[in-house]
Design a protein around this ligand. Structure first.
Ligand code: 2NE
Length: 271
């Protein structure tokens, strides 16, 4: 059912439903799908592919196997100032993935079996929706392992579960099962492990039946509520996109190209 679209080392990038659904799988099960700099670089490439492909309407982010969605940054390659890749340079480039997940103008669904922990927990937080298997477990570990994500991992988490719960999650570093996650609004639904992909695809297909522009603008609007001027940038970008598609905007462009004065008189000033 899934067609591989590009070969990677740390991830898989596949599509189904005639290319309408893209699935990005972190494929490092031996470390519970922890990410290293190479994983992150590949995630950015795959997200770009899904972004640029007009066939793709919805993106699934998941982890290989049923033990983990993602266990965060690979602690075994964590160096003096970040996660160290083959070039020897320390990076925290997972933040670029968070930005991309949030900015990509298509719904992204986290499909979570097993652990979504640490930076892996933040990845699911940043996705638009989360479908959890019954065996899913959620939590932050930062203060235990000498790390923290004070960006979306803190502020956006608090928007989702409230300030008290967000502080509990970060200060105590406990783990929460799928049912607890559902009760605090951290996930959208919980399904039996063997139905995780079927249910996720069902949610994707429901979204695919709806207006892509409406979904795109809704994502930008919901982001803008939290994202300040950068959120307005994306939201306004959508307004410009829609305006470019109007006859009124085309009159301005055509008049310039045809070296004449534009005639906007036929366009109504609707109340
Ligand atoms: C994920 C969890 C709870 C799983 O526990 P369990 O018992 O199912 O597996 P186990 O035995 O702990 O792990 C299996 C193998 O995966 C490795 C382990 O070391 C082990 O390998 P071996 O010892 O058998 O060789 N593994 C698991 N997680 C890893 C990781 N993140 N990095 C490297 N190797 C890992 C349990 O494994 C766990 O708690 N993992 C650590 C979670 C964690 O603390 N993640 C980092 C948080 S900080 C972060 O992600 C971050 C941030 O805060 C800010 C910016 C960027 C990143």
């Amino acid at each position: 059912m899934w067609t591989s679209k590009k070969d990677f080392e740390d991830i898989r990038y596949e599509t189904c439903d005639d290319g309408a659904i893209a699935k990005i799988t972190i494929n490092r099960p031996e470390v519970r799908n922890a990410f290293r700099p190479k994983t992150v670089k590949e995630l950015l490439v795959a997200l770009d592919l899904a972004h640029e492909d007009p066939q793709v309407g919805v993106i699934i982010l998941t982890g290989e196997g049923d033990k983990a969605f993602c266990s965060g940054g690979d602690q075994k390659v964590r160096g003096h100032a970040g996660y160290v890749g083959e070039d020897g340079i320390p990076r925290l480039n997972i933040l670029d993935v968070q930005k991309k997940l949030r900015g990509i103008p298509k719904p992204v669904v986290a499909m979570v079996a097993g652990y979504a922990i640490g930076g892996g927990h933040v990845l699911h937080i940043v996705c638009d929706l989360t479908i959890a298997a019954e065996n899913a477990r959620f939590g932050q570990t930062g203060p235990k392992v000498g790390s923290f994500d004070g960006g979306l991992g803190a502020s956006y988490l608090a928007r989702i579960v409230g300030q008290k719960k967000a502080r509990e999650i970060w200060y105590l570093c406990r783990q929460y099962d799928a049912q607890q996650a559902l009760e605090m609004g951290l996930v959208n639904t919980v399904v039996p492990n063997d139905q995780l992909e079927t249910e996720t695809l069902q949610w994707c297909r429901e979204m695919l039946a709806h207006s892509p522009l409406a979904l795109r603008c809704l994502k930008a609007s919901l982001n803008a509520d939290c994202d300040g001027q950068m959120g307005l940038l994306d939201l306004a970008g959508n307004a410009t996109l829609l305006y470019y598609m109007s006859e009124e905007a085309k009159e301005g462009k055509n008049a310039f190209v045809e070296k004449r004065q534009p005639d906007f008189s036929k366009f109504p000033r609707v109340p």
